[in-house]
Design a binder for this molecule. Structure first.
Ligand code: NAG
Length: 209
């Protein structure tokens, strides 16, 4: 009888499933940047995306590139919100650098590297080496067009962190410390502090999605 009770207890305790980390939602983004609730009245209708449109592509990119820590995801989202004026833009308009864009506003050289990575190293990305070579031969804008749809455009920040930053930067960022944020800013070639950091600190203050 005692053994049976123990067996039942064990069965009960081992049947508990580990809880998956909560995922970024549109509501999280709207809480941080209320204007992302809607694109009505946006000055860039073709580029603007709402939180509801962006959230699935962002979580997809976090998962594709293995960015599982909340603080890392917070850093990627804050960079994107800053660079796109809260998802308003996907192309650099000020000053208007040709070929600069995506949701982390990558410069043309990185957009080409990204396009090549997508065509060579991503199995399900449906971008061929020939398409990339043609675009490269045409213009920097053509290369940007290849990587600036929602799937790739919202994924470029995660790609950049995974492929252009060191493992040390990723490890530091995942700890959620200011040092980690500074290391990330160093990798993307931006100054820590200012509005960029304020957005990240605001998200970090939430503690979780
Ligand atoms: C983005 O949204 C935040 C939060 O509402 C706001 O403080 C910031 O000014 C917005 N950024 C731009 C460029 O509009």
């Amino acid at each position: 009888m005692k053994l049976l009770t123990l067996a039942l207890l064990l069965a009960t305790s081992t049947s508990a499933q580990p809880t998956a980390a909560p995922q970024l939602t549109a509501a999280n983004i709207i809480a941080i940047a209320p204007s992302t609730a809607s694109c009505a009245g946006s000055v860039a209708q073709s580029e603007c995306r709402t939180a509801a449109q962006a959230a699935p592509w962002l979580t997809y990119s976090f998962s594709n590139f293995g960015h599982s820590a909340f603080s890392t995801q917070a850093a990627l989202l804050s960079l994107i919100l800053y660079e796109t004026a809260n998802f308003t833009y996907s192309v650099n308009h000020y000053p208007g650098v040709p070929g600069q864009g995506t949701r982390n506003m990558q410069s043309p050289a990185f957009n080409l590297l990204y396009a090549k990575w997508l065509s060579e190293s991503c199995k399900n990305c449906r971008l061929s080496a020939a398409q990339v070579a043609n675009a490269e031969g045409a213009s920097v804008e053509a290369v940007l067009d290849l990587v600036n749809g929602d799937e790739f455009g919202f994924g470029s920040a995660a790609w950049f962190l995974a492929t252009q930053c060191t493992a040390d930067v990723r490890a530091a960022l995942a700890t959620g410390t200011a040092e980690g944020w500074e290391a990330y800013m160093g990798c993307v070639g931006a100054q820590a502090g200012g509005e960029r950091q304020a957005i990240w600190e605001g998200i970090i203050g939430l503690g979780h999605w």
